[in-house]
Write a protein that binds this ligand. Structure first.
Ligand SMILES: Nc1ncnc2c1ncn2[C@@H]1O[C@H](COP(=O)(O)OP(=O)(O)OP(=O)(O)O)[C@@H](O)[C@H]1O
Length: 247
C-alpha cells in the first residue's frame, strides 16, 4: 500500500504545528518520524490516519485522497487503550465483522502471533504493561491494515520489554508486510526498526533531513554503524554539543 503526503500543514487556533510535510512511503517500508517533543510527529500521524482531517495539503493512500478515517490503517497508541470490562479475546474481536466463530478464530490467530496464546480470557487489569501493549498490537493487526501507524508505542515500557516488542514488531511486519509509520523520539529505536528516518524539527515542525538506513536486519543494537547514524541525527537536532550543558 503506497502512502504519499504532499505539503501537509496543520494549524491549531492560528498556530502552525507542522508545515509543508511531504513524505512518500513505498509498500512494506518502515518509516520513522523522529524529532524532539512538540515538533508535530503525532499531528502528522493523526492526519495520515484520518482521525484528524483538518489539515492543508494532500494525503494519498493507494491513490485515495479522501479526508476520512481509512479502514486500511491500524493505529497503535503509546498506551494500550483496552476496554477494561472485556477480556483480551473480546478486546481483539471488538468492532470486527463476521460470525462470532470467525471473529474468535481470527483473534486467536493474531493473539498467537504476538505471543499471547492461552491469555484470551484474562482481563486488562490482569496484564503487565508489555502484555497489554501486545494485545493492542494484535487488535491493530486483526483488521489486516495495510498501513500500520504507531505513536510512540513502546515508550511507556521498561527497557527489556521495549526491546522484546521491537523484535515482535519486526516479526509481525515480516509476516504481514504492512507499510509502517512509526513516531518516536527514541533514536536507537528508530535506527533498529526503520528503513528510512525522517527527522522533524522546529515549531512549526518541518522536515529537517531524511536518512536511509541500509543495514541488514536483524541489526546489532549499538554497533559502530548505528553509532555513526546516531551521531548524524544528534548533530541535525543540535544535541551533540555536550558543553552546552556545562556552560
Ligand atoms: N488538538 C490540538 N489543539 C491545539 N494544539 C495542538 C493540538 N494537537 C497538537 N497541538 C500542538 O501542535 C504541536 C505539535 O504537537 P504534537 O503532539 O504533534 O507533537 P509531537 O512531536 O508528537 O510531541 P511529543 O513527542 O511531545 O508527543 C504542539 O505545539 C501542540 O501543542
Amino acid at each position: 500500500m503506497s502512502l504519499e503526503l504532499k505539503n501537509v500543514s496543520r494549524t491549531f487556533n492560528g498556530i502552525t504545528a507542522v508545515k509543508n510535510i511531504s513524505i512518500t512511503a513505498e509498500p512494506g517500508e518502515i518509516i520513522g518520524l523522529l524529532g524532539t517533543s512538540g515538533c508535530g510527529k503525532s499531528t502528522v500521524l493523526r492526519a495520515i490516519s484520518g482521525l484528524d482531517n483538518d489539515y492543508d495539503g494532500e494525503i494519498s493512500i493507494n491513490g485515495n485522497t479522501k479526508k476520512e478515517v481509512h479502514d486500511t490503517t491500524g493505529f497503535i497508541f503509546q498506551e494500550p487503550r483496552l476496554l477494561p470490562w472485556l477480556p483480551v479475546l473480546d478486546n481483539v474481536t471488538f468492532g470486527l465483522k463476521g460470525s462470532r466463530a470467525e471473529k474468535v478464530q481470527r483473534a486467536k490467530e493474531y493473539l498467537e502471533s504476538v505471543g499471547l496464546s492461552g491469555k484470551e480470557q484474562l482481563y486488562p487489569r490482569q496484564l503487565s504493561g508489555g502484555m497489554a501493549q501486545r494485545v493492542a498490537i494484535a487488535r491493530a493487526l486483526v483488521t489486516s491494515p495495510e498501513i500500520l501507524l504507531l505513536d510512540e508505542p513502546f515508550s511507556a515500557l521498561d527497557a527489556f520489554t521495549k526491546m522484546q516488542l521491537q523484535d515482535l514488531l519486526l516479526d509481525v511486519w515480516n509476516t504481514y508486510q504492512s507499510t509502517v509509520v512509526l513516531v518516536t523520539h527514541d533514536i536507537d529505536e528508530a535506527l533498529y526498526l526503520c528503513d528510512r528516518i525522517i527527522v522533524l524539527r522546529g515549531q512549526p515542525g518541518v522536515i529537517d533531513t531524511e536518512l536511509v538506513i541500509k543495514e541488514e536486519r536483524p541489526r546489532a543494537r549499538g554497533s559502530q554503524e548505528m553509532a555513526e547514524y546516531k551521531r548524524k541525527i544528534l548533530d541535525r537536532l543540535d544535541l551533540n554539543n555536550a558543553h552546552s550543558y556545562t556552560s
